[in-house]
Design a protein around this ligand. Structure first.
Ligand code: GAL
Ligand code: ZN
Length: 686
């Protein structure tokens, strides 16, 4: 791990080789802005191998040396994100085929057949050459594998690989038929040879097939990544390898992909200044936490925009201070640095108006450049945070298989399940209490948490219910919502009542689910007749609205906290809690509004004895996040309001920002507090 936080980003000097003076000023600018890391080689293939087998690394070597002389490190990319013309011309098999059977022409990027032996071979070779040449260069700190991997190919090679993948998984065609429920509509397969990738022209209604195709695409991409990394390792390079991931990307199972690389990173392009900044900040924070949760380790903000992108529907500039707030937010949530796309704005083609550290004018007196310098200063001040961990008592389950299966199924609301909002509500309710939150998939061990929320976990992986049971048994608080534990890993409905295998833990059985029309509402209200020994929920309102989905359940011992206010199920349970073992299992039946989650979670978190170690009051629009090492906890307090706020400053050293107690709009404060026991234990843990 570095002793400092990374600052820098994507740099494409190959676009400026005929203007050496530009490259010289760039380095001056980098030094001025305290840039310590640049990413080279993303999309440089045509310059690195202009003709098949004819490698030209001289220009790259010169630049890496110059950077190194100036104390700037390099993240070196493998060039497989975009291919040169000669490759597609000579080997058309590298071009993807779509689900309609049409092969793409040359163009674009991120669009290769990842099964193609030719593509793999060409990538392996150039990676090997790059690693031989630069794998021991002291400037090269990390490998950036390809770029923003995603998408699928339906060519013959991929279809063949898919069938092999299925054979490995299911062994016999009878087993596959059983798993995919192919008797339905007489879609039974006679042999693996009949299986084709899902297509609108053909089979699209077998959910088991659709789900396995997505898994295959994900696995095939991971296999490609592994092969890329192997090529580098075989050539003797041993720097960590990373992939850059995308915001809310569902195309690959990131939780699995993360296991193939040393470090995960992502590219963050929030749409600032459209909604309240606070909303955008929480949304971004959520994805930081998803990415950190993949390995439960620090990650890297690989790309972010210093001003405005050119691909969003409106290119909104970041207002003064927002670049600092967004960069520091990533650090607060576990990033090891703040990197940009890109260092110098390209002169032509599709990204010429994308924001960059150095623009077409090229001077150091632009607003953006000055703000980048400011971030450079700030990261410098915070260098002791490098490698710090995030400790979270609360977790939210977010699982790719679940998302794939749930969104693909027909019903209970084809107009939108509002899944993302459902997850966000749990996330926001926890974050407003100042709690760090890990976002993890179903395979993560739950032992380290005390509070876990599982919003809309429609698909359950084998064994997940057992882990929930023991988590609750051991004293954890587990909250699950409607439309959970409905199907198995092949999207086959569980028989015999749901939540499957957990009706005793939750003390209820889910029976029916009502889809509500857009604009239709119901309410949840505290139960009228509190029985003796009832759980008292403080601060709960008289009623909360709910929309979209209302599940009807039959209580089997759980305590009913809230009931429906309207419709034929008025008076029936809407929120239930069941004591099980030493813990508590709660079930939310309906898509309730945010304030319901806020109030309920405040109660549950307090009952579970979880507190945020930050004792000050958290004003609206302020984000409190922490990282820690053996000795210290570092508190980030960030104001996402458009006006300044007053905050109570706790004991501790202010290492960034001032002690005045006034936090300006988009301002950040970082406070270091010493742990009292010094043993790496959270000092405020109960
Ligand atoms: C990213 C991509 C970069 C650049 C950037 C522009 O998704 O990885 O290469 O295109 O977007 O915002
Ligand atoms: Zn293919």
């Amino acid at each position: 791990m570095n002793q400092f936080l990374l600052h820098g980003g994507d740099y494409n000097p190959e676009q400026w080789l005929d203007m050496p003076e530009i490259l010289e000023t760039d380095i001056e600018r980098f030094l001025e802005a305290k840039i310590n890391t640049v990413t080279l080689g993303v999309f440089s293939w045509a310059k690195l191998e202009p003709r098949e087998g004819d490698y030209d690394f001289e220009w790259l070597s010169g630049i890496i040396d110059r950077l190194y002389e100036n104390g700037i490190g390099v993240i070196l990319a493998t060039p497989s994100g975009a291919r040169p013309h000669w490759l597609a011309q000579k080997y058309p098999e590298v071009l993807r085929v779509n689900e309609m059977g049409m092969r793409a022409r040359f163009g674009g990027r991120h669009n290769h057949c990842l099964t193609s032996p030719v593509y793999r071979e060409k990538v392996r070779r150039i990676n090997g050459r790059l690693a031989e040449r630069f794998g021991h260069h002291p400037a090269v700190k990390m490998w950036h594998i390809s770029n923003e991997l995603g998408g699928s190919c339906h060519c013959g090679l991929c279809q063949e690989a898919f069938r092999r993948w299925l054979k490995d998984r299911y062994g016999t065609i009878e087993n596959l038929n059983d798993r995919w429920c192919t008797t339905f509509w007489s879609h039974t397969y006679d042999s693996f040879e009949q299986v084709e990738a899902p297509s609108r022209l053909g089979e699209s209604a077998l959910m088991g097939l659709n789900l396995d195709w997505r898994r295959f695409v994900s696995d095939q991409t991971m296999d490609f990544v592994e092969e890329e990394i192997r090529a580098i390792r075989d050539a003797g390079a041993d720097q960590p390898a990373a992939v850059n991931m995308m915001y809310r990307f569902e195309g690959l199972d990131y939780a699995k992909l993360a296991q193939k690389v040393d470090m995960v990173s992502w590219d963050s392009y929030p749409v600032w200044h459209r909604e309240k900044e606070w909303d955008t900040a929480r949304d971004t924070a959520f994805w930081h936490d998803v990415i950190r949760g993949l390995k439960r380790k620090p990650f890297l903000l690989m790309e972010s925009c210093p001003s405005s992108t050119n691909w969003q529907s409106v290119s909104k500039l970041k207002k003064p201070g927002m670049l600092s707030a967004a960069s520091l937010q990533s650090i607060a949530h576990g990033s090891e640095g703040a990197l940009y796309f890109q260092m110098r704005q390209s002169r032509g083609a599709s990204e010429k108006f994308h924001g960059a550290v150095i623009d077409h004018y090229g001077g150091n007196d632009t607003r953006t450049f000055r703000e980048v310098c400011g971030v450079g200063e700030e990261l410098n001040h915070l260098s002791e945070l490098a490698g710090c961990a995030t400790r979270a008592d609360a977790a939210i389950i977010y699982d790719w298989d679940n998302i794939w299966a749930m969104k693909d199924s027909q019903g209970p609301r084809n107009k939108g399940l509002h899944y993302e909002e459902c997850v966000d509500k749990s996330y926001r309710a926890l974050r407003r209490l100042g709690l760090n939150v890990d976002v993890v998939d179903q395979s993560a061990s739950l032992d380290r948490y005390r509070f876990v929320a599982a919003p809309m976990q429609y698909l359950f992986h084998p064994g997940f219910e057992e882990r929930i049971r023991s988590f609750v048994e051991e004293g954890g608080t587990f909250v699950m919502t409607y439309w959970s534990d409905v199907v198995d890993e092949n999207d086959r409905c569980f028989l015999g009542g749901r939540p499957f295998g957990l009706t005793d833990v939750f003390g209820l059985r889910a029976e029916e689910i009502d889809g509500l029309y857009d604009g239709e509402e119901n309410t949840v209200i505290p139960v009228q007749a509190l029985s003796s020994g009832s759980r008292q929920l403080a601060n709960m309102k008289e009623q909360y609205t709910c929309r979209y989905l209302c599940e009807l359940v039959k209580p089997l011992g759980a305590q009913i906290l809230m009931e429906y206010g309207r419709d034929f199920y008025a008076g029936e349970p809407a929120v239930l809690c069941n004591s099980y073992g030493k813990g508590l299992a709660c079930y939310i039946c309906a898509d309730t509004e945010q304030s319901f989650y806020d109030d309920l979670y405040e109660n549950l978190v307090r009952e579970a004895g979880i507190i945020c170690g930050w004792n000050g009051k958290i004003p609206e629009g302020v984000e409190v996040t922490s990282r820690e090492n053996e000795e210290y906890v570092y508190w980030f307090i960030q104001n996402y309001n458009r006006a300044e706020v007053e905050i109570e400053i706790p004991e501790g050293d202010v290492i960034l920002g001032d002690r005045e107690g006034i936090l300006k709009s988009f301002g950040s404060l970082v406070i270091r507090t010493k742990k009292t026991d010094g043993k790496g234990e959270h000092k405020n843990e109960i």
